[in-house]
Design a protein around this ligand. Structure first.
Ligand code: PEP
Ligand code: MN
Length: 346
C-alpha cells in the first residue's frame, strides 16, 4: 500500500502516517517526490485497511498495490529510476549504457586487449566474469579472486566501469569491492540467499532473467534486493529456454516494453546469451535499442576462437565497433543517445 500525501503536507503530517504504519507492525518507506511525498508500507502479507489513513491530515490518496512485487512496480513509483553507476554514468535515463567485454577473465593480456577495444568503440562498462557459473562442472570455472584483481587493474588502466558476476553469498562482498555493478546470473536468479546479500551491498545490482523465469518471478527476484534496502537494481533480459535449439535461447524482446510498463527499474538487453550466435548479436542489439532497452550487454573477445567460454557468441572487436555505430544511429532516431564520459585515461 502507498499513502500519497498532498502537495504542501508538513513533516508532522508525514511523521504521523509513519507512526501509524509502525504502530500497525509494518515498516514505512517515505519517498519524497518532486511534487509530493509518498509513503510506502512494507511487511504486510495481505491487504491493509486504508481507512486508517485516509482521514489523517495531509493525506491525498491511498493506493493499493495490485502486483505481488511492490517496490519494483510502477504503481509504487511512477517515475523511471535513474541509477548513478559512477564517473558520471547513469542508467535508466536518456542515455543507453553499453557494457561489453569477454565472457570470462582469462589472462591479463586478454582482458587488457578486450578492454581497450571496447572502450575505443565507445563502451563505458567492461564486462567479464571472474566467477563463472557453468552448466558443466568440467568447464572453465573462472579465475576467481585473481580474476577480480585483473578487473581492478583494468579499471585503473582504462577508466572503464566494471560489471562482474557474484555466484555465492560468501564472495559477494569481494566482488562488490571491485565491481561498479554486481551481476546476478540467470542460473542464480532464484538464489534467495544471494539476492538478500546483494540487497545488503551498496553497489548497483543487475539481475538477469532466469532461463525459465516468468516476468513476474523475475520482478519478484528484483524485489528481494529492494526489500533488503538496495534500490539500485537493473534488470537484464538474456533469453529464455525455448522449444527450438536453432538458437541458444529465445531472446524475448517483448520483455523490454513489457517491463517498462510494469516496473520503474532500468532494463538491459543481452543479445549475446539471448541468441548464442555471433552473426545474430548485432541485429538483435539494434532491435533491443529500438524496443527501448536502457543498456546493452555484449560479449567481445580479442580472439573469440580461443575463448575459454562463449566464443561462438563473442564478437570480434571490429564487429563490436559496427554494432556501436548502428546502435547509436537507432538511439538517435528514437530521441536517445549512447552514454559516454570524459576523462578516460589511455
Ligand atoms: C554471462 O553473462 O556470462 C552469463 C553467465 O550469463 P547468463 O547468466 O545470462 O547465462
Ligand atoms: Mn557468457
Amino acid at each position: 500500500m502507498l499513502v500519497l500525501m498532498r502537495q504542501g503536507a508538513t513533516q508532522e503530517d508525514i511523521q504521523r502516517v509513519v507512526s501509524v504504519i509502525e504502530d500497525l507492525g509494518y515498516q514505512a518507506r517515505p519517498m519524497p517526490g518532486k511534487e509530493r511525498t509518498a509513503i510506502g508500507l512494507v511487511g504486510n502479507e495481505g491487504r491493509v485497511d486504508g481507512t486508517r489513513f485516509s482521514a489523517l491530515p495531509g493525506v491525498l490518496e491511498i493506493i493499493q498495490i495490485t502486483k505481488p512485487y511492490k517496490q519494483v512496480s510502477r504503481e509504487w513509483k511512477r517515475e523511471s529510476t535513474v541509477i548513478a553507476l559512477g564517473e558520471g554514468v547513469e542508467i535508466g535515463g536518456r542515455d543507453i549504457v553499453v557494457m561489453a567485454g569477454p565472457c570470462s577473465v582469462e589472462t591479463e593480456d586478454q582482458l587488457r586487449t578486450a578492454a581497450r577495444a571496447v572502450r575505443n568503440a565507445g563502451a563505458v562498462v567492461l564486462r567479464a566474469g571472474a566467477f563463472k557459473p557453468r552448466s558443466s562442472p568440467y568447464s572453465f570455472q573462472g579465475l576467481g579472486q585473481p580474476g577480480l584483481k585483473l578487473l581492478a587493474k583494468a579499471r585503473a588502466e582504462t577508466g572503464l566501469l566494471i560489471i562482474t558476476e557474484a555466484i555465492d553469498p560468501a564472495t559477494l562482498d569481494d566482488v562488490a569491492e571491485v565491481a561498479d555493478i554486481v551481476q546476478i546470473g540467470a542460473r542464480n536468479m532464484q538464489n534467495y540467499a544471494l539476492l538478500r546479500r546483494a540487497g545488503q551491498c551498496r553497489r548497483p545490482v543487475m539481475v538477469k532473467r532466469g532461463p525459465s523465469a516468468t516476468i513476474e518471478e523475475w520482478l519478484l527476484s528484483a524485489e528481494y534486493i529492494l526489500a533488503e534496502g538496495n534500490p539500485n537494481v537493473i534488470l537484464c533480459e538474456r533469453g529464455v529456454r525455448g522449444f527450438d535449439s536453432a538458437t541458444r535461447n529465445l531472446f524475448d524482446l517483448s520483455a523490454i516494453p513489457l517491463v517498462h510498463g510494469l516496473s520503474h527499474l532500468p532494463i538491459v538487453a543481452d543479445p549475446s546469451h539471448g541468441t548464442g550466435r555471433r552473426d545474430m548479436v548485432t541485429p538483435m542489439a539494434r532491435a533491443a535499442v529500438a524496443a527501448g532497452a536502457d543498456g546493452l550487454l555484449i560479449e567481445v573477445h580479442p580472439s573469440p576462437d580461443r575463448a575459454l567460454s562463449d566464443g561462438a557468441q563473442s564478437l570480434f572487436p571490429k564487429q563490436f565497433a559496427t554494432l556501436m555505430d548502428e546502435s547509436r544511429a537507432i538511439a538517435t532516431t528514437i530521441g536517445r543517445s549512447m552514454s559516454r564520459y570524459a576523462g578516460v585515461p589511455s
